[in-house]
Design a protein around this ligand. Structure first.
Ligand code: SAM
Ligand code: SF4
Ligand code: SF4
Length: 340
């Protein structure tokens, strides 16, 4: 149950409600738009285990965040299922008073082995990333030549274990706009909600260009022509996906339009990297190193003061600035490091 806590507010009055925890920076895929294999090759300096936050440290931080008003946690990566004993971390997070929603974002390949354990640990839902249903397209995107079947099996395993599943599909022009309709057809009428994500300019290596963005409008128009849609109400304050219902009553889809319809005004998310740095925006350049402070013996009161001060100073609104043409070119953190 949610505690009745007034969340802390940032410079623009935005409450701190969500914590996104990246548990590892490594991944079994090399998606071209996230970890291009030319950059993330065999000699890429991934974090050594000693640099990763320990579960005790993650739990301590999550407890403090829940005291400050956070009620949602998302576990991400890299590929979070590559972190050893992740179910043990989830079990501990589930038990924190005030945390009433924990979700996991994954490419699903390891779910057949792990879904039951995760469900037993108390996880209720997963977001599975799948950018194409046709093998030829998917093999190109994930950079490892993996076909769609292992991901579909992961989805099945999650559903069988009793986990709710949403699918995230990043749409990039020239990469997979051909898959919008096949993906919509595949998941229409199932228990799984498909959400399309506009390709974003996160990181430094994915060659982002506004011309490569397939807009929310284009995505909706494409589907609407074949499978009529109507707009649906948002579920809660700060929901990032715009929701659309199939008019024949066979379910809904979502679109996350951080490029063409940015939503910084309701952004309530703090991000924690696998090596213990806080980022107040997905497009930040620098993080705040809490691991170093924790390992030097930071007290609970000092931790609280640091977090309140960090959030209180927050002025990030990168996507809004991009829409206004005011954003500055700068070095950004990588998506595989911070986890989306
Ligand atoms: N490996 C896990 C996965 O793929 O679900 C979790 C980490 S991944 C970085 C989290 C999400 O970020 C995925 O859904 C991925 O498609 C999305 N993502 C990565 N780069 C992106 C970009 N440039 N624009 C939009 N979404 C992106
Ligand atoms: Fe890995 Fe996820 Fe990035 Fe793909 S999107 S490379 S699965 S971290
Ligand atoms: Fe939040 Fe930054 Fe994204 Fe805006 S650009 S919605 S502030 S993460």
């Amino acid at each position: 149950m949610s505690k009745d806590i007034e969340p802390i507010k940032d410079h623009f009055g935005r409450p701190l409600k969500d914590l996104r925890i990246s548990v590892i920076d490594q991944c079994n895929f090399r998606c071209t738009y996230c970890m291009p294999k030319e950059i993330f090759g065999d000699d890429y300096p991934f974090l050594p285990e000693s640099e990763l936050l320990h579960f005790d440290e993650i739990v301590r931080l999550a407890e403090k965040f829940s005291e400050l008003g956070v009620n949602k946690i998302r576990i991400t990566g890299g590929e979070p299922l590559m972190r050893k004993d992740l179910d043990q971390l989830i079990q501990r997070l589930v038990n924190i008073p005030g945390i009433d929603d924990i979700a996991l974002t994954t490419n699903a390949v390891f779910l057949p082995k792990k879904a039951k354990k995760l469900r037993r640990a108390g996880l209720k839902r997963v977001n599975v990333s799948l950018d194409a249903i046709e093998d030829a397209v998917f093999k190109q995107i994930n950079g490892k030549g993996v076909v769609a079947l292992p991901v579909l099996k992961g989805i099945e395993a999650a559903l069988d274990a009793g986990l709710q599943v949403k699918i995230n599909m990043v749409v990039k022009k020239g990469m997979n706009e051909s898959q919008i309709l096949p993906m919509a057809r595949h998941f229409k009428g199932t228990d799984v909600i498909l959400r399309f994500i506009e390709f974003m300019d996160v990181g430094n290596y994915n060659g982002w260009d506004l011309n490569n963005v397939v807009s929310k409008k284009q995505i909706i128009d494409t589907i609407h022509k074949e499978m009529p849609l109507e707009s649906a109400q948002e579920h809660y304050y700060g929901e990032v996906a715009s929701r659309f219902r199939y008019m024949d009553g066979t379910g809904e889809i979502g679109v996350i339009s951080s490029v063409t319809d940015s939503f910084c005004g309701t952004c309530t998310r703090m991000r924690l990297s696998a090596d213990g740095k806080f980022y107040t925006c997905l497009f930040a350049s620098d993080g705040f190193d809490i691991k170093e402070k924790l390992r030097k013996g930071l007290t609970d009161e000092e931790l609280e003061t640091e977090l309140i001060s960090l959030w209180g100073k927050r002025k990030d609104r990168y996507s809004d600035e991009r829409s206004e043409g005011k954003h500055k070119k700068r070095k950004k953190i990588e998506m595989s490091y911070i986890g989306g």
